[in-house]
Ligand binder design. Structure first.
Ligand code: ZN
Length: 111
């Protein structure tokens, strides 16, 4: 692992699975005297979620701010038909009809 990768991982945000609180490494946690730019993994062992008191084990890595949670998953959903404009859908439907017609004509031509 390069130093660059480590630095990026250090700024990963962690979300509390119990209450949804997000620990921002760039902000730290002033209630617990955690200075800004403290990576989540370097928080004191007795650090708890400031909202619900959950242990750090209850938190999950949701990535840096530049890559919001669920971004990769959303990319997958974005490839669905729902992203098509009505015009694109019409082209799709019309294209399907033309293909069906050509298919029918080719069958007809074989006889
Ligand atoms: Zn919490």
């Amino acid at each position: 692992m390069s130093t660059e990768t480590t630095d990026l991982a250090a700024l990963d945000r962690y979300e509390c699975q119990a209450c949804g609180y997000v620990y921002e490494p760039t902000k730290g946690d002033d209630k617990r005297q955690v200075p800004p730019l403290t990576p989540f993994v370097e928080l004191p062992d007795d650090w708890r979620c400031p909202v619900c008191g959950a242990r750090t084990a209850k938190f999950s890595n949701i990535g840096t701010k530049g890559a919001p949670s669920g971004f990769k998953e959303n990319l997958g959903y974005g490839l669905g038909v729902n992203t098509l404009t009505p015009g694109q859908k019409n082209i799709l439907i019309f294209g399907g009809l033309v293909l069906a017609f050509l298919f029918f004509m080719s069958l007809y031509g074989l006889q």
